[in-house]
Ligand binder design. Sequence first.
Ligand code: NAD
Length: 280
Amino acid sequence: MEKILDGKTLSSKIKNELKTEIKTFMIKPCLTVIQIGNDEASNIYIESKRKACEETGIWFKHVKYDSFVDKLEVINKIKELNSDEYVDGILLQLPLPNGFDAKNIIKYINPSKDVDGLTDISVGKLVNNKNCLVSCTPLGIIRLLEEYNIELEGKHVVIVGRSNLVGKPLMSLCLNKNATVTVCHSKTVNLEKITKEADILIVAVGHKKLITENMVKENCVVIDVGINRADGKIYGDVDYNNVYNKASYITPVPGGVGPMTVAMLLKNVVKSYKSRNTSK
Ligand code: NAD
C-alpha cells in the first residue's frame, strides 16, 4: 500500500481548481505580503507564494520595508490595505526582526483579510468552531488527511509544538473534528511516552530527526511539518527513513505539508474575495 501522503500532487490539483474558478471572476483576487527586514528563509517563502499566485491568477503584491522601519508606518500601510477594496488578503511575513512584536502589528489586520488566521478574532472564531480564515498549515494538514480518507473522529492526535501558527490552530481544528488531542511542547516531560500513544502524530518543532522510530507506535499516521536546512538539503522533524517502516501513512519533507500550506493560502485569498464581494 502506498504510504506517502503526497502534498505536492494534491496542492497542484487544488491550484488547478482555483485557477479554473478564478478565470470566472471579473476582477483578480489580490494577496499583499508585508515583509520587514531581509530574512533569507522569508525571501524564499515569499517567492514561492508569488509564483503560486501568478500560476493561479491571483494578483500578488509585495510590500517590503527595511528592518529600521517605524512600526507606525507598517500599521498605516495595513490600514490602507484594509480599506482597499481590491486587496483580499494581507499577510505579515514572519518572523519579524528583533524589536518588533508581531502581535502588535497583526492586530491591525482586518479579520476578513487575515489569510494567515492570526488575529484574535480569527483565533476566537476557530476555537468556537465558527466560519473564519484559518492558518494555512493546519488547514493544509486537515485537507491532506481528508484526501486519504483518514478519519480524525475518536482518534488520539498528538501534536508536538504549540506555536500560534501551527500547533494551537491545529489543536482546535482536530478538536472540532472530534479527535482527542494532546499538545506537547518544549516543557513536556517524557515526550516519547506521549508520542507513542498517538494514532496520528503531527510534529511542528523545527528540530531535525526529533522523532525517531522508537517514539511512534505501529501503524501511526505521521505528519511532519518541520523544515530544517542542513548541508544544502531540507529535513523534517521526523527520522523519515526509519519511521517510514512503522507508519501507516507519512508525509515526506519536502513534498508533504509545505506545498499544502501554499495551496491553502491561495484558497484563503479566494475565500476572502468571495465572502467580501460576491458582486465583483
Ligand atoms: P515555533 O518555533 O514557533 O514553535 C516550535 C514549537 O516547538 C514550540 O511550541 C516549542 O515549545 C516546541 N518545542 C521546541 N523544542 C521542543 C522539544 N524538544 N520537544 C517538544 N516540543 C518542542 O515554530 P513553528 O512556526 O510552529 O514551526 C515549527 C517548524 O515547522 C519549523 O521547522 C518551521 O520551519 C516549520 N513550518 C513548516 C511549515 C510548512 O508549511 N511546512 C509551516 C510553518 C512552519
